[in-house]
Design a protein. Sequence first.
Length: 362
Amino acid sequence: MNILGIDHLEFYVGDARQAAYFLCNAFGFRVTGQGGPQTGLPGQRSLLLRHGDIRIVLTSGLVADHPATIYVGRHGDGVAIIALATDDVAETYTEVVRRGATSVAPPAVFDNGETRVVMATVSGFGDVTHHLVERHGPRSEFLPGAILMNADADAPREGELLEVIDHAAICVPAGEIAATSKYYQEVFDFSEIFEEYIEVGGQGMDSKVVQSPSTEVTFTLIEPDTNRRPGQIDDFLDWHAGAGVQHIAFRTSDIVTAVRTFAEKGVGFLSTPPAYYDALAQRLTDIDLPIDDLRKLGVLVDTDHWGEMYQIFTQSMHVRRTLFLELIERHGALTFGTSNIKALYEAKERELGRSALANATA
């Protein structure tokens, strides 16, 4: 079994065209293909988006009993499928099911004579599943016979600011983080590479990071501490109606330009108080990016044993205020930094209109 990376994400949404309009206009994605009943995908409408090496499928259900319709009714728009690339779907599918994954769909072959794609589906966490995807031939074809590619799908694109999916952050109910981490370790051969308990004011959360042997798939698992005052992780679980993807982090090699560009297109980013940057000069005396640029844009910086990382969250664009996005630039850093985790948590609290520290003493 060899998990190579994230092949794509599939969002279940109420209106695929509206969601595509937002991602294309705000973040520079482009629609490269589409599918539906006319291409052998009954009961759904799907759009394929691409930016750099990031591929996102947006799927809306057209009938009441389609999985996308049911998912959106329960959770709202969100990440429903995290597709994992592998070099042998049949072997991987058989092995993960033997180890305890639930089969959702056995391997199926999509072949147009030039490109061959094999795909199966197994359980993940909550209502989120994993496609297992094996590809042979030109990558210009996404799912032969099911997704009709646009004529310019492979056209070169200049000025793309996003590169790959860095990680997905997943909220799970209290008491489930250990079992979820164990599931990915025992079923998918992931390793637990980072563990942290974060306390902010009267709130607390446990965090574990699991990663594939290839290091190309990283999941940050988060659960609330129910012995502390309820906070944003509790909110997510309530508003999302259970476990789910809280945010997706897109990696960039120029976070300053990316934030400026996306902000000009209407993307809202979480703010950071000036005091953070006043303390930053004492905490980190020598960093690669100018502090003045970081201060103006609200970008956070932290370090691990291997290098630096720069991060910023978007404001949630979700009607339930659940799902949001992250931009991250890594300068050697392989994991995450405690200072940034706390600062990002506090920034999210401010967006929700409250202060964790103030409420702790109220």
